[in-house]
Design a binder for this molecule. Sequence first.
Ligand code: ZN
Length: 161
Amino acid sequence: MTDIRVGQGYDVHPFEAGRRLFLGGVEFPEASLGLKGHSDADVVLHALCDALLGAAGMGDIGKLFPPSDMRHKNRRSTEFLDEVKTHLDAAGWRVGNVDITVLAEFPKINPRADAIKTEIAVHLGIGTERIGVKATTNEGLGFVGRGEGIAAHAVALLFRI
Ligand SMILES: [Zn+2]
């Protein structure tokens, strides 16, 4: 009997000048703005971690890595993803697939979608064919449309045999 779970995650961070921009563990060095946050503010990996944790019934990223904890300041979110994966492994969960949608007016995400897939694949120990990375603008509407920040949605499917 296979136990199957689905999880969903959402995150948003505002742009901030003078910060490096990381999305899905990949740096966008051409971006003039980074994202504001306690860690590296990788909105894509935060949404992904929440989807994975939600599917496993393990709470959320804020519970695992509280912003009040100074150890997490400016930490790379790939380390958060590694730690989430360790928790999943310990509970016997395997990742079936993950799918991510990034909402951003800029920068262009799609030229680096494959690089993001490769990065996530390495950290989750799964093939890139199990990872979806899609990007869309918000058609000028709302805070994303005004270029005030980036949002990301993720879903994850876990299974345990
Ligand atoms: Zn976040």
